[in-house]
Design a protein around this ligand. Structure first.
Ligand code: SF4
Length: 386
């Protein structure tokens, strides 16, 4: 199967590599991640390289971005990452200026590791910092302190990384808007190129769900109004440090928007490799097994293959594209699907435009500032009515 999307007269595809290992599990996390010893890590790396070499997916376009996510990819020996990226380059055509990101947790990188990342062509590091307050980090079950983050951030700069993202998390139990503001300011003052700021979601099956999902302690979570206040202050504060919001939860310095995530929100096809990784061709979606035992034994066959109807593809284009502050393009919609966006969902868009939550320009429709604050509800409505 060929995977690509024409972008500026060039076919583009993205690659996601999943590394499921973490030092230990955070209290709020429901990702596919867990601790593993050195032997399992080595066997996983071998299985990953085997999957890449044997992949049946021919990217007939250029690979514009690679994202090594997890889990905590930085827990692996750095030369494993080098080996995995070499296998990718042997299999697919990676553009010389491709954005190659690795996720790292503070305290899991050192000078040597960062140098190997550089040598392997990694151009961007995404640090999971979450908070600048040690009490909040402990509550979350993170393995690091604020000081650990500062040390890792400085090491990355010293190693020559000029494109760094910092992940932050708001709406924590007991967190005040002031505490959140302190975190934002402390991180923004370090001048990373990109900040992702998400609200905590209490997921079923996590220790946080047991503690805060019900009962007395649920009241420790900020209510809807407080959460909205934090969200609004995020954009205001980060703007004063030169960051602009380009997606509901993502902020970047000019020209430093994450290419990989932007590709995802604008429908660029992607190949996912590794445990539980998802892939998307534009009209079909599938994923890898999420059984580690099966994956290590060489089960790399696609699972949960889903053929998307035209309506589903259109709905996905709208839902993902509207997450971006630039919104969606009517002409691109027509070019992709051969249909008129106005005919498919013009009435819903008009309703929200009249309410002041959406705005139109000649070719695009996007959320207004107040629309972004209630985007979850609006996106669910649009999705259900396409
Ligand atoms: S570091 Fe990330 S992936 Fe690992 S347990 Fe914590 S939140 Fe989950």
């Amino acid at each position: 199967m060929c995977l690509s999307l024409m972008k500026n007269n060039r076919s583009m595809v993205e690659i996601y590599i999943h590394i499921p290992f973490c030092v230990r599990k955070c209290a709020y996390c429901d990702f596919l991640s867990f601790p593993a010893d050195g032997d399992v890590q080595m066997r996983y790396k071998d299985a990953l390289v085997q999957e890449i070499r044997g992949s049946q997916y021919a990217a007939d376009g250029d690979v514009g971005s690679i994202f090594i996510g997890g889990g905590t990819p930085s827990v692996l020996p750095a030369y494993y990452i080098e080996e995995i990226l070499s296998a990718i380059r042997e299999k697919w055509t990676v553009l010389p200026d491709a954005e190659i990101t690795i996720e790292a947790n503070p305290g899991t990188v050192d000078r040597e590791k960062l140098q190997v990342y550089k040598r392997a062509g990694i151009s961007r590091i995404s640090f999971g910092c979450q908070s600048a307050e040690d009490g909040e980090l402990q509550l979350l079950g993170r393995i690091h302190s604020w000081k650990d983050f500062l040390e890792s951030f400085c090491l990355a700069r010293e190693a020559g990384f000029s494109n760094i993202n910092v992940d932050l998390m708001s709406a924590l139990p007991g967190q005040s808007a002031d505490s959140w503001e302190q975190t934002l300011r402390k991180v923004a003052e370090l001048s990373p190129e990109h900040i992702s700021a998400y609200s905590l979601i209490i997921e079923e099956g996590t220790p946080f769900f047991e503690t805060y999902g019900q009962g007395d302690k649920a009241s420790l979570l900020p209510d809807e109004d407080e959460e909205r206040l934090m969200y609004e202050r995020t954009a205001q504060i980060l703007e004063t440090y030169g960051f602009h919001r380009y997606e509901i939860s993502n902020y970047a310095k000019e020209g430093r928007e994450c290419r990989h995530n932007t590709g995802y929100w604008t429908g660029v096809p992607y190949i996912g490799v590794g445990l539980g990784a998802s892939s998307y061709s534009g009209s079909r979606r599938w994923k890898n097994t999420d059984s580690l035992a099966a994956y290590l034994k060489g089960d790399h066959a696609p699972q949960d293959v889903e053929e998307l109807s035209l309506r589903e593809q259109e709905a996905e284009f709208m839902i993902l594209g509207l997450r971006m502050t630039a919104g969606v393009s009517c002409s691109e919609f027509r070019q992709r699907f051969g249909e008129d966006m106005e005919e498919i969902c013009g009435d819903i868009l008009n309703k929200y435009e009249q309410m002041g939550f959406m705005k139109r320009t000649a070719d695009r429709i996007a959320f207004t500032g107040s629309g972004i604050s209630v985007s979850n509800v609006i996106l669910a409505d649009i999705y259900s009515r396409i």
